[in-house]
Design a binder for this molecule. Structure first.
Ligand SMILES: Cc1ncc(COP(=O)(O)O)c(C=O)c1O
Length: 399
């Protein structure tokens, strides 16, 4: 192993949302933070050196992205996901959520409807509603211990009783792989969903931020790579932020093969004057995509080990909490229904009894009040301590 993911990095005092914002979020700061989706690992040395080298230059004036930025994105997608794209399809966003919001604003009008599939990463809902659009929630179904898309239900929601398509439905925001369930969508699922969309002129915005961390026996497929129709109706959003500890550097790549959609998206970036990005974010993206393969391969192995440890621990020592094994992401969706606690009570249990910070299931969908999301993107030592605390707290509750 070239990288030491066991290294304990003290993140306190760095304005880290995950570590330094605990009092605001959870009301106390003596908890182990396994909530917001970033990892506690140092970025690859190549990224750190690249940033240092540029910092040594000392002048940080206005910047733009050089052609090497697009080259690194193109090569990464080809190497890691076997998707051949053109440099000209690539544009930028200072983060994926800003890209989702830009897409909603650029390609739909107030009052239009946007499809999401809950339980879902909360900003999917807020970028739609916050921009005055309406949600169509095609809730995921749970079958054979796996979440799946309910496409019959989707059709029922987008076609009126007389069979006519609801022309207000303009966009689908797809989470691929999916947060919080960890599903890696399979080819047939994507094709079926894609067909419904392009037959009805629904633009797909595919958030593929988690696509680089995929576990054994699963394969991420960019939906835009599946056909000419899907290529022309999809906006794909990727970023090295989740995999390489770069979320605070705010640089993401947006791939829009359809020239008309690309021009409209770029016009929105120009209107907001956010097209250039920042010097360090752009360098970090390039370094990660050009030189991050070994880091990522080792990270996936480390996370898989954490995951096995976590799943075994719950199954053997905390059977009252049922973990769902994710196929991607370092996020574990925990079914806590056997504890008989919901929402505030459940959060009170995790924060004040176990002293572990998690995300409430209700923030992903009101239906999931007895679930929480646990982030295992931490050192094994931290994970072990957190699981031990949860075990102890469960024993106290059910005594
Ligand atoms: C599915 C998904 N999209 C986007 C983001 C955040 O992206 P960004 O920080 O680039 O806005 C996250 C972070 O957890 C996420 O899980």
């Amino acid at each position: 192993m070239k990288y030491n993911f066991d290294e304990e990095v003290n993140r306190k005092g760095t304005n880290s949302v995950k570590w330094d914002n605990l009092k605001n979020i959870f009301g106390r700061d003596d908890i182990i933070p396994l909530w917001v989706a970033d990892t506690d690992f140092k970025a690859p040395i190549e990224v750190i050196e690249g940033i240092k080298k540029r910092a040594d230059h000392g002048v940080f004036g206005y910047t733009f992205r050089g052609s090497s930025y697009n080259e690194s994105v193109k090569n990464w997608l080809k190497r890691r996901h076997q998707w051949e794209i053109e440099r000209e399809w690539i544009t930028f966003s200072p983060g994926i959520v800003p890209a989702l919001s830009t897409c909603v604003n650029t390609f739909t009008n107030p009052g239009d409807k946007v499809i999401i599939q809950s339980p879902i990463y909360p900003p999917f809902r807020s970028v739609v509603e916050g921009n005055g659009r309406k949600i169509i929630d095609n809730e995921l179904a749970f079958k054979n211990n796996r979440y799946c898309m309910d496409l019959e239900n989707l059709k029922r929601q987008i076609f009126k009783s007389n069979g006519e398509f609801d022309y207000k439905v303009k966009m689908l925001i797809l989470c691929s792989p999916h947060n919080p369930t960890g599903r890696v969508w399979e080819k047939n699922e994507l094709l079926e969903l894609g067909k419904i969309c392009y037959e009805n002129n629904i633009i797909i915005v595919s958030d593929e931020i988690h696509s680089d961390i995929v576990y054994k026996n699963h394969k991420h497929i960019p939906i835009a790579s599946l056909s000419e129709e899907l290529k022309n109706s999809t906006i794909t959003c990727i970023s090295p932020s989740k995999s390489f500890s770069l979320a605070g550097l705010a640089s993401s790549a947006i791939i829009i093969p359809n020239k008309k959609l690309l021009n409209l998206f770029n016009a929105s970036l120009d209107t907001a004057h956010i097209a250039g990005g920042n010097i360090f974010g752009n360098i970090a993206l390039e370094e990660a995509y050009n030189n991050g393969d070994d880091y990522l391969d080792e990270l996936i192995l480390y996370l898989e080990d954490n995951l096995n440890y976590c799943i075994d621990y719950f199954n053997e020592k905390i059977p009252q909490i049922k973990p769902l094994r994710p196929e991607s992401t370092y996020l574990v969706w925990l079914d806590c229904s056997k504890l008989g606690l919901e929402d505030k009570e459940l959060m009170n249990f995790f924060i004040n009894k176990a002293k572990v910070g998690v995300n409430p299931g209700s923030s992903f969908s009101k239906k999931y009040k007895d679930f929480v999301r646990l982030n295992i993107g931490c050192t094994k030592k931290t994970l072990k301590e957190a699981l031990y605390r949860i075990e102890k707290a469960v024993k106290e509750v059910i005594r």
